[in-house]
Ligand binder design. Sequence first.
Ligand SMILES: CC(C)(COP(=O)(O)OP(=O)(O)OC[C@H]1O[C@@H](n2cnc3c(N)ncnc32)[C@H](O)[C@@H]1OP(=O)(O)O)[C@@H](O)C(=O)NCCC(=O)NCCS
Length: 321
Amino acid sequence: MTVTFALLEPPVAPSFEGMTFPAYRHLLALAPAPTLVHEPTARQVQPLAMAALREREPAALALVGLPLEGDEPPELLSLYVVPASRGQGVGRALLAALEGEIASRGFASLGTVFTASAPGSPAFSRVLAARGWTTPQPRTLLMRFSYEQAQQFPWLNRYPVREGCEIFPWRELTPAERQQLIGSQRERGWIAQDLVPWRWDEHGFEPVTSVGMRSPEGVVGWVINHALDENTLRFTCSYIRKDYGRRGRILPLYSESINRMKEGGFTRCSFVAPLHHATMAAFVRRWMAPWAGTLQETLGSTKSLVSPAATLSAAMAPPEE
Ligand SMILES: CC(C)(COP(=O)(O)OP(=O)(O)OC[C@H]1O[C@@H](n2cnc3c(N)ncnc32)[C@H](O)[C@@H]1OP(=O)(O)O)[C@@H](O)C(=O)NCCC(=O)NCCS
C-alpha cells in the first residue's frame, strides 16, 4: 500500500481535526495564531501541517509551530497516526518527511514536549529515537487540580503576607517597577533565568489571577498565569526572592491567585514546575500533589537538522509495509 506525504493547505479537511489536541485545533486554519487560542497575546506561530495519506485517505497528521520571531526553534506540537495504520512505520516516515521540510526552510533544529505518562508516549519515544532525536529529558512537573481540590491545600490562606509587603494584580505592575526589576536583575542576577517575569508576561498573561508582591525594596515575587481555555488556568511561572521566600512566604501569593480563580471564571488548574528548581518541585510533590487530581512529568526532546541533505534522503524512504 502506498503512503504519500503532503503539506496541507487551507482549508484543511475536517477529517484531520480529530488528529491533534483540542487545544491546537485552531492552528489547522494554518494562519499565524497564538499557540493557545484563549491567550491571544501568547507566542504567535505559523502552523505547518503535514499529512500522510494512504490510498489518498488521511492516515496521519503532524503539526508544527514555526516561530514568527525570536530564536526559539520550531516545535512539533503533535504527531498522530490513525489506529489502523499504527506500528507500520507511518509515524516514523512522516516525521522524517517533516524534518526534511523544516530543514529545507533553514531551521537548525526541531523540538517537542510531551507528557511522559500519556498512552501514546512509549510509541512516540520509539519514533523519536528511531529518528535520532535526543533522549527525552524530564522538563517539568505538571499537576492538575480543580478549584475544589485547591481548597484542600493545607497551607491555603494560612500564611500572612510578610509585614511591609503587599500583594497586587500583576496587570498593575508599573513601567518603573518593571524597569527596576530588569535593572536589578542585570546588576545582581537574583532571579532564576527561566523565571524572570518578562519572559512569561511579554506575550500576555491571565489578568485576574496573576499577582505580584511589593516590598519596601520593590517587587520581589510573582505568580504569572495563562488561560488554557475558558475554565482552565495554568500557573506558568512563580518566583519569590530568596530572603523573602523563607518559611513559605510565597504561599500568600499562591493563595491569592487561587482565591481569584472564581472571579476569572476558572474551575480547573494546571500547575507547571520546572524539575531543575528542586525546592519548587519538592513543594509540589509534598504540599500540592496529595490533594490534586493528577501529577505528571513532561519530557522534552530535540532533533538537530544541521544536515538537511541527509534528512531529506531519509524522508524519501518509503515506510515498511
Ligand atoms: C505515537 C504514534 C504517532 C506512532 O505512530 P506509528 O505509525 O505507530 O509509529 P511507527 O510505526 O513508526 O513506530 C512505532 C514504534 O513504537 C513502538 N510501539 C508501539 N506501541 C508501543 C507501546 N505501547 N509501547 C512501546 N512501544 C510501542 C513500535 O514497536 C515501534 O517501534 P519500533 O519500530 O522500534 O519497533 C502513534 O502511536 C499515535 O498516533 N499515537 C496516538 C497519538 C500520540 O500519542 N502521539 C504522540 C504525542 S503527540
